[in-house]
Write a protein that binds this ligand. Structure first.
Ligand code: FES
Ligand code: FE2
Length: 451
């Protein structure tokens, strides 16, 4: 299943740089509200967050807040979270509601957004038309079990916005996965600084040097319209089986052992990017295969036995054509603020938002792992706050977190004109800023002057 041909992309292959204004200009951060966040599709929650009619979540982005509610077993609606009387924020957090009730003067709305009660309504005569007092709708749609909202009434459909990422990732059936864990924290950096630490793997050698013992982390990267993807690259002298998928052979003479060691390390130090089933199946390789089994055969055996193990407990992996899988790499940046690292039976999802108040030096970072579970056996989870220094975050993530404030601070140096992106491995960052500039109307990557 690892025998697919390598993926190449020459777009943005020229060395580029861009200015640092997007990271810490207060005016830029303020302008993002109108020019970016009010125009893009944003992952607001997952369908499993609102399983029953009346279940709602609120999603906050800068000064805007949106209520996402299940209005019927098969219908989700979204509204601006503001009382149309005198503008009180209507709902907080998440919960189940039969109606939305404003705590100020007691006006009420049905789940359909229509006003159901105005206290002392006759005082207005006939001035309060239904149109004037209904909740203001927000565009909402779903893909992959994720619920997305867009505040622009004239926006392109979600599917169109997500392409080609949606079609490439459809076979992974994220809608069948459920949370295994989810945590969040604040960082002292811009939301883009944080996100960009997770949309390339060029940093592995510098930030996570201990992982280099287990595998090579050289990557290709590719622009995909608004979005970007990167994956493990083949290099001369390496076995083709080392390419592409997030679950792969370890390096070293005895691939049976090194593959297990890689899985175990990732499971323990990331708590994502693999599963208990995969770790256990890799642990058996040493008993099930001869020492000189080639990496490709080790991987086929490993993946087939893990697939069978999961099947035996009612977890059915999707079947994905290897050529197709190869194109999906290991990790996607979904514009503007989401990253998805995917496998057959799991995904690691990051979402980063500016903190309330548009302080360009603060952001809200959220990480979740979704996984396939036997029917009805998904664990009950909720969003857990854990300080970046908390041991609740495993050591690999803690290593990433240690860069956040340091990058934000460092980029402010009068000696730093802008990032020098790796033209092969950091195209997702370049593409991010190219598309960001299109929304913001300024900035964006420019070729490095050849001298
Ligand atoms: S502000 Fe909501 S009822 Fe008055
Ligand atoms: Fe990292």
């Amino acid at each position: 299943m690892n025998q697919a041909s390598p993926v190449v992309s020459e777009e943005l292959s020229e060395a580029v740089t861009f200015g640092v204004e997007p990271y810490f200009s207060p005016a830029y951060a303020q302008a993002e509200g109108d020019r970016l966040w009010a125009k893009v599709w944003q992952h607001a929650c997952r369908l499993e967050d609102i399983p029953g009619v009346g279940d709602f979540v609120t999603y906050d982005i800068l000064d805007d807040s949106i209520i996402i509610v299940r209005t019927a077993p098969d219908k989700i609606s979204a509204y601006h979270n503001v009382c149309m009387h005198r503008g009180r924020r209507l709902m907080e957090g998440c919960g189940r509601a039969a109606q939305f009730v404003c705590r100020f003067h007691g006006w009420r709305w049905g789940l359909d957004g229509e006003n159901a009660h105005v206290t002392e309504r006759p005082d207005w005569g006939d001035a309060l038309t239904a149109e004037r007092i209904r909740l203001r709708p927000v565009q909402v749609d779903t893909w992959g079990g994720f619920v997305w909202v867009n505040m622009d009434p004239d926006c392109a459909p979600l599917r169109e916005y997500l392409e080609p990422a949606a079609s490439l990732l459809d076979p992974f059936h994220f809608q069948n996965m459920r949370y295994r864990w989810r945590m969040w924290c604040h960082f002292d950096c811009n939301w883009k600084t944080a996100l960009e630490a997770f949309i390339e793997s060029y940093h592995v050698e510098g930030t996570h040097p201990q992982l280099m013992r287990y595998a090579d982390f050289y990557t290709w990267s590719q622009t995909q319209g608004l979005h970007s993807v990167h994956g493990f690259a083949e290099r001369e002298g390496r076995d083709v089986a080392e390419a592409n998928t997030i679950v792969r052979p370890g390096k070293g003479q005895d691939v049976r052992r090194s593959t297990y060691e890689l899985q175990k390390e990732v499971y323990e130090t990331v708590n994502a990017s693999t599963t208990e089933t995969l770790v256990k199946a890799s642990a058996r390789l040493v008993d099930e295969l001869a020492e000189d089994t080639p990496p490709g055969e080790v991987m086929s055996h490993f993946m087939e036995s893990a697939r069978r193990d999961d099947e035996a407990r009612g977890v059915i992996w999707p079947t994905i054509d290897p050529e197709h899988y190869a194109k999906t790499g290991i990790d996607w940046h979904v514009f503007p603020n989401m990253s998805i690292q995917h496998g057959y039976s799991f995904a690691l999802v990051y979402r980063v938002r500016p903190a309330p108040g548009a302080d360009p030096n603060k952001c809200v970072f959220e990480a979740s792992v979704i996984e396939l579970f036997p029917e009805g056996q998904a664990p009950k989870t909720e969003w857990v706050h854990a300080e970046p220094s908390s041991e609740a975050w495993r050591s690999v993530l803690a290593q990433d977190f240690a860069n956040m404030g340091m990058v934000q601070k460092g980029m402010k140096s009068r000696a730093f004109p802008g990032p020098l992106l790796n033209p092969k491995q950091e195209r997702p960052v370049a593409n991010f800023h190219r598309n960001l500039a299109r929304f913001m109307g300024s900035g964006g990557p420019t070729p490095l002057a050849k001298s």
